[in-house]
Design a binder for this molecule. Structure first.
Ligand SMILES: [Zn+2]
Length: 66
């Protein structure tokens, strides 16, 4: 499998430490830049904003606000 996507960067998983997690940058409607991280090995998923982990609930609330 080749990894040539420019949107996705590979990051280290905070749960299992595998360097097999992908990172996707998104901008929410309120201009908050967040990154969605997903690990292929343990299926851990998490969101970050300004290098801090944030709740999915927070992301959804921001996404809903228009
Ligand atoms: Zn993992």
């Amino acid at each position: 499998m080749t990894r040539r996507s420019r949107e996705a960067a590979v990051v280290e998983c905070s749960e299992c430490g595998a360097r097999d997690a992908i990172q996707i940058e998104l901008t929410l409607p309120d201009d908050t830049e967040v990154t969605f991280n997903s690990c292929h090995r343990c299926e851990n998923r998490w969101w970050e904003s300004n290098s801090k982990v944030i709740d999915l609930t927070t992301v959804l609330e921001k996404a809903r606000r228009r």
